[in-house]
Design a protein around this ligand. Structure first.
Ligand code: ZN
Length: 280
């Protein structure tokens, strides 16, 4: 029994070494995984962008084609019209030219133009998609009582880290200064490669909301619930760590209004336009 125990005791440092080296290896793999995921997100953005451009080109081609068809059909009709009434092809008609010209012009004027596909609806879709991906897009503004896509909105980008001293002073209460720029960029890229629905879920996971403890005051609750937000971001192992508001806002490049909407589960409204005037 004693010898067996000794044997096992000798084994302990050996196993500890193996564990340590496996931990190191795990960290290296995790780092690689992060880099791959960032790259994939980048590639996905490029692909989406190309798909959009391709769609735009196809639309353009279809439009041009339909315009061409329009012209062909109508000029053929014009010729037939002249033939039926004059008995002669228009090109050889020498003495009755004035009359036949005016009649064919009348037809041309009455020609029904094919309705163009709604370019505004298409623009709206493109803008919606650009906005979801955090790219520069055109926001809606009212011009002469009509909504138009004219307001330039900048692309989302990683904002500078917070300058708060909280994480040093409060002895590790906040993790702000433990997040490297590389990891902050990773969080940003991940977030903006997601759909609105996924973004909303991420924010709801990251931010812990404490409802006010004083629930007895019903009047207050109805007039305005004031919740306390605790902001957290995932560290390099995916564990959520508390950060200050600025670190949270700047890392995701979203502002209070959008955070609040995402937490309030108003998903349709998050996608709506008025969200983000604070972001300009
Ligand atoms: Zn901070």
């Amino acid at each position: 029994m004693q010898t067996e125990l000794d044997y096992l005791r000798q084994k302990v440092p050996f196993l500890e070494n193996i564990i340590a080296s496996l931990e190191t290896e795990k960290a290296e793999w995790y780092h690689q995984k992060m880099q791959f995921e960032t790259k994939i997100a980048e590639l996905n953005k490029i692909i989406d962008n190309l798909v959009l451009k391709n769609k735009a080109l196809n639309k353009n081609v279809a439009e041009k084609q339909s315009q061409l068809n329009d012209i062909d059909i109508n000029s053929m009709l014009d010729v037939d019209f002249d033939r039926d009434f004059d008995g002669d092809p228009p090109a050889t008609n020498s003495f009755d030219q004035g009359g036949s010209d005016s009649s064919s012009q009348g037809v041309t004027k009455q020609r029904k133009r094919r309705k163009n596909p709604d370019p505004q609806a298409w623009e709206q879709n493109v803008n919606k998609k650009m906005r979801e991906e955090g790219k520069a897009y055109k926001g809606k503004v009212k011009v002469d009582g009509k909504w138009q896509y004219q307001a330039e909105r900048r692309a989302r980008e990683l904002q500078p880290p917070c300058q708060c001293k909280m994480s040093e002073n409060s002895k590790g209460k906040l993790w702000c200064n433990k997040f490297t720029e590389e990891h902050r960029k990773y969080i940003f890229d991940m977030f903006w490669s997601k759909s609105w629905e996924e973004k909303r879920k991420a924010v709801q996971t990251y931010v812990r909301v404490d409802e006010p403890s004083d629930c007895r005051n019903r009047k207050n609750e109805i007039s305005r619930r004031k919740n306390t937000f605790f902001y957290r971001l995932p560290d390099e192992t995916g564990t959520l760590r508390p950060v200050c508001k600025n670190q949270f806002w700047n890392t995701l490049d979203i502002r209070g209004h959008m955070v609040a909407k995402m937490i309030e589960k108003q998903d349709e409204e998050v996608e709506s336009e008025q969200e983000d005037t604070s972001n300009l």
